[in-house]
Design a protein around this ligand. Structure first.
Ligand SMILES: NC(=O)c1ccc[n+]([C@@H]2O[C@H](COP(=O)([O-])OP(=O)(O)OC[C@H]3O[C@@H](n4cnc5c(N)ncnc54)[C@H](O)[C@@H]3O)[C@@H](O)[C@H]2O)c1
Ligand SMILES: [Zn+2]
Length: 348
């Protein structure tokens, strides 16, 4: 199995404990989590985890140099042998900082992700990107460190608050928009049930999205402009929306929901995509409670211009955006017409 194609287990965590234990020949492993998630779900890993856990701050604030240093120091104090997998139990923030620590500790030790948010179960646990924030910039430092194993148990989502769940759902819809119109139609039929707690809908979505992400990452592990770029659909707009709103005010997925809609509306503006496809997307996102328009998140198109200029996916002079010919037909548009983008944003 290639490093970018880790073992992906979707289902009951208790049933996967033996698989996890095998990764360290039955010996317990350091467990990294935040206090909230650990209080809710930490016991489930007791048979395979060292005590006590290594706890990091909740949410985005975990992704700091201070937390990275604290994890590495603690591993050193515990004399953890090289090659011992770290267990990362939590959302994307815990996963990103734990995997970064794993990639650096003794020049690299494995990480096993046990993701606990919809975003982490459908997206961040696979693909190997690790990172932290510094000087107010998200993910400014990081490594590529694919996990040895991912165990995503949809039952762990039952304790997640609705706002987090709905935000994570925007990334689920993204996979349908990229290259899978049948999955988009599945989302339209089952998205509400998924959000309302339907376990089989959640399991189907997690399994489908993790496989889709692994497929898109394969062959472009280091994000060098291949299929992985398509995962950025809605994110150039989305990151600008997050920054313009003030980091932390909107959840990432909320900004992505508006960003996905803008990506399709801009595609329609350029006559690349039928406007009805953009409308269909907006109707579905709104039906599950996600924002689709800038005014819903207190912004105007003109607010985004400055932030879109900062988008790290762009080289000095040429703007690259992921656009779509329709639902399930995303493509990478290189050399996007700047004047058209400015005109579109002015009217958005
Ligand atoms: N590495 C990647 O490829 C990648 C991809 C997408 C996003 N990310 C990163 O992921 C981060 C966002 O992750 P996130 O959306 O999972 O949120 P998060 O990890 O920041 O967690 C959000 C909150 O949810 C709580 N929580 C987590 N699981 C819970 C559960 N089961 N029950 C109750 N509460 C729970 C946490 O305690 C925290 O307060 C961002 O930093 C983003 O950059 C990384
Ligand atoms: Zn995202």
């Amino acid at each position: 199995m290639s490093r970018a194609d880790p073992a992906l287990v979707v289902g009951d965590l208790a049933a996967a404990l033996d698989t996890i234990a095998d990764h360290n020949s039955g010996r317990p492993m350091p467990l990294i989590s935040d206090a909230h998630v650990h209080a809710l779900h930490g016991q489930r890993l007791a048979p395979v985890a060292d005590q006590p856990p290594i706890l990091v701050p909740r949410g985005e604030s975990a992704k700091s140099w201070a937390t990275l240093a604290a994890i590495v120091d603690e591993l050193a104090l515990r004399a953890i042998p090289r090659g011992t997998p770290l267990l990362a139990l939590g959302g994307g923030s815990v996963g990103d900082i734990a995997a970064l620590a794993a990639s650096l500790f003794k020049r690299g030790t494995p990480v096993i992700h046990i993701p606990t948010t919809l975003l982490a179960q459908t997206d961040s646990a696979v693909g190997g990107k690790t990172g932290l924030n510094s000087a107010g910039t998200k993910n400014i430092a990081g490594t590529f460190h694919p996990p040895a194993l991912v165990v995503a148990d949809p039952a762990l989502l039952d304790t997640l608050d609705r706002r987090q769940l709905v935000a994570g759902y925007a990334e689920v819809v993204k996979y349908g928009l990229i290259d899978d119109p049948a999955f988009f139609a599945w989302c339209e039929a089952h998205g509400r049930a998924l959000i309302d707690g339907d376990r089989s809908a959640r399991t189907h979505a997690v399994r489908h999205c993790l496989a889709a992400k692994a497929r898109l990452v394969r062959g472009d592990e280091r994000d060098l402009g291949g299929t992985r770029t398509l995962l950025n659909l809605g994110h150039s707009f989305g990151h600008a929306i997050e920054s313009a709103a003030g980091l932390g005010r909107l959840l990432h997925g909320e900004a992505v929901a508006v960003g996905l809609t803008l990506a399709l509306r801009f595609s329609a503006f350029l006559r690349l995509c039928p406007p009805a496809n953009a409308d269909r997307l907006a109707v579905h996102l709104a039906a599950v409670g996600l924002p689709t328009r800038l005014d819903e998140v207190g912004l105007k198109g003109a607010d985004l211009g400055r932030w879109m200029a900062h988008d790290k996916k762009n080289s000095a002079s040429v703007r690259t955006l992921v656009l779509a010919h329709g639902i399930g037909r995303a493509f990478v548009a290189r050399a996007v017409d700047e004047a058209a983008l400015v005109a579109f944003l002015a009217a958005a």
